[in-house]
Design a binder for this molecule. Structure first.
Ligand code: CTP
Length: 394
C-alpha cells in the first residue's frame, strides 16, 4: 500500500539508537521505503551496517558522502522523503535543529525539508529537564514538529525518570498520523466502536462475547492514517489502542450508548464495529452468587440497540455478524437500523471473523450496491470500508 512512500529515519547519538533498528524494520514491514541517516555519534552506538541490512539501501553518515544521492545528499534525501523521523533525538540534535545549525547530515537534511518532522527525544532525565532542552523542544513544537515522548521509566544510567524513548509502536503510530494529515479523511471526525460489551451478573461474572476488538481497532488506526480525528469507544479488550486516537473505555452496552451518543454529536461518521450484548441480567447481584442451589436461572432483559437508537445526522456504518443467510440478514439490518453502509461477515468461517487477523466481508450500501471481497487482513478490510465511507461522505 505504501511502497511509493519514503520515510527518512534519522538516528542520533543516544543509547536508544539500537531501538531505531526496530523502527526501520516496522516501517519496512508496513511497505514504506526507508532511508537512514546517522550522525557520527549514532554510529558509535550502532553500526550503519545494521540499518543497511534491514532497509536494503546505503546509510548516509557524512554530509559530503558521494553515495547514490550524488555530491549533495542532504538535498536529494530531503526531496525524496514524505516525512523525517528523528529517533532517537539527542539533546544536541534537538538544539542544533531548533537553532538552525546545519553542520551534519541530520541537521542539514532536516533544514532542507519542509514536510512532516517527527522527533522522539531520548536522553538522561537531567538533560531532558534542562531549561535549554525544554526551550528547544518548545521551539520545534511551535514550528509544527510532532514531538513524541519521552516516556518515564528505567534509564540506561541506572536511575529512573523521564527520558526513555517512547515505544516503537507509539512512534510508528504518530509518524503514520503525521504522514496521513492530508489524507482523504482530513478534517473529518469519526467515531469508532470496538470490542464486546460486558454485562454484569455479579461482581465477578459477566455476559460477554468472543469479539477481540481487532476489527474496530484496525478501523480506528486506518481512519487516523487517512487524516481523520478519531474517537474510539471501546469495550474491554487485550489490545493497545492506536497512538494518536482518543479513547473512551466503557464496559456495558448502556455505557457504550451514552459515550457514543455524546461523541456523534460532533462527528461526520460512526463505524459501529463493537459486538454489543443484546441481553443483560435484569438484576445483577451486588454480592458474588454462591453455588448453593443445583440450578440457577438468570433473567435477562434487552439492552439498548445502540445503532438503532442514536440521534443526530452522521454517516452510519454497521457490521452484521451472521452465521446464516449473510446478505439477506445484512440487508434487513441495513434498512432496520437506517444505515448508509453495512459490513457483513460470516462468523462461521475459520479464517475470518472473531479473534482472527483476517476477515472476508461483503459491503452493502444504502443504494443496494454489493461488494463481495476476498479474504484480507483486518487492516485492509478497514481501508476498503473507509474507501466507501469517503465516497458516501462526498
Ligand atoms: N448493535 C448495536 N446495539 C446492539 C446490538 C448491535 O448497535 N444492542 C450494532 C452492532 O455494533 C452492529 C450492528 O448493530 O454494527 C449489527 O449487530 P449484530 O450483532 O450483527 O445484530 P443485532 O442487531 O444484534 O441482531 P441479531 O443479534 O439478532 O442478529
Amino acid at each position: 500500500m505504501n511502497t511509493s512512500r519514503t520515510i527518512l529515519l534519522a538516528v542520533t547519538g543516544s543509547i536508544a539508537a539500537y531501538k531505531a533498528a526496530e523502527l526501520a524494520r516496522e516501517f519496512t514491514r508496513r511497505g514504506f521505503a526507508v532511508r537512514v541517516m546517522m550522525t557520527p555519534a549514532a554510529t558509535r552506538f550502532v553500526s550503519p551496517l545494521t540499518f543497511e541490512a534491514l532497509v536494503g539501501s546505503p546509510v548516509v553518515t557524512d554530509l559530503f558522502d558521494e553515495g547514490p544521492e550524488g555530491p549533495i545528499p542532504h538535498v536529494s534525501l530531503a526531496a525524496s522523503a514524505n516525512a523525517i523521523l528523528i529517533a532517537p533525538a539527542s539533546a544536541d540534535c534537538i538544539a542544533r535543529i531548533a537553532h538552525g545549525f546545519a553542520n551534519d547530515i541530520v541537521s542539514c537534511t532536516t533544514m532542507a525539508f519542509s514536510g512532516p518532522l517527527i522527533i522522539a527525544p531520548a536522553m538522561h532525565e537531567n538533560m531532558y529537564l534542562n531549561a535549554a532542552t525544554q526551550e528547544n523542544i518548545g521551539i520545534l513544537k511551535q514550528r509544527g514538529a510532532v514531538v513524541i515522548g519521552p516516556d518515564s521509566g528505567d534509564l540506561a544510567s541506572g536511575g529512573r525518570g523521564a527520558g526513555r524513548m517512547s515505544p516503537v509502536e507509539t512512534i510508528v503510530g504518530f509518524t503514520l498520523q503525521a504522514i496521513g494529515r492530508s489524507g482523504d479523511l482530513a478534517g473529518r471526525r469519526i467515531v469508532v466502536t470496538a470490542g464486546g460489551t460486558q454485562e454484569p451478573i455479579d461482581p465477578v461474572r459477566c455476559i460477554t462475547n468472543r469479539s477481540s476488538g481487532k476489527m474496530g481497532f484496525s478501523i480506528a488506526e486506518a481512519c487516523r492514517d487517512r487524516g481523520a480525528s478519531v474517537l474510539l469507544v471501546t469495550a474491554p479488550t487485550s489490545l493497545t489502542p492506536p497512538a494518536g486516537v482518543d479513547v473512551v473505555d466503557v464496559t456495558t452496552a448502556q455505557e457504550m450508548f451514552d459515550a457514543t451518543q455524546r461523541a456523534v454529536n460532533q462527528a461526520d461518521a460512526l463505524v459501529m464495529a463493537a459486538a454489543v450484548a443484546d441481553y443483560r441480567p435484569g438484576r445483577p447481584a451486588s454480592q458474588k452468587i454462591k453455588k448453593d442451589s443445583a440450578a440457577l436461572t438468570i433473567e435477562l432483559e434487552r439492552t439498548v440497540d445502540i445503532l438503532g437508537s442514536l440521534s443526530g445526522s452522521f454517516l452510519r456504518v454497521g457490521f452484521a455478524a451472521e452465521s446464516t443467510d449473510l446478505e439477506h440478514n445484512a440487508k434487513s439490518k441495513l434498512s432496520a437500523k437506517n444505515l448508509d453502509l453495512i459490513v457483513a461477515n460470516d462468523i462461521t468461517a475459520a479464517d475470518g471473523g472473531f479473534g482472527a487477523d483476517s476477515n472476508r466481508v461483503t459491503l452493502i450500501d444504502r443504494h443496494g450496491g454489493i461488494d463481495r471481497m476476498p479474504l484480507q487482513s483486518k487492516r485492509d478490510v478497514a481501508d476498503r470500508v473507509l474507501d466507501r465511507v469517503v465516497q458516501l461522505l462526498g
